[in-house]
Design a protein around this ligand. Structure first.
Ligand SMILES: [Zn+2]
Length: 66
């Protein structure tokens, strides 16, 4: 996939994509972190990477989902 600079260009409408980090905490210590590319014009979302962060006592486990 061709990319210009750090932000991509939307494949659907040619608009500018911005990179966002979304995170949500779940019960029992899980945390979901998602890096997405989002188009400002048509709101098309592309998941770049998805992480699950889990706290285990003194350690923090990071699992890469994608
Ligand atoms: Zn678009």
């Amino acid at each position: 996939m061709l990319r210009k600079g750090s932000d991509g260009i939307c494949t659907k409408c040619g608009g500018k994509m911005v990179t966002l980090m979304e995170s949500e905490s779940n019960v029992n210590g899980f945390k979901h972190v998602r890096y997405v590319s989002k188009c400002r014009s048509c709101n098309d979302v592309n998941v770049i990477e998805e992480l699950i962060i889990r706290r285990r006592g003194q350690h923090v486990e990071i699992m890469v989902k994608k």
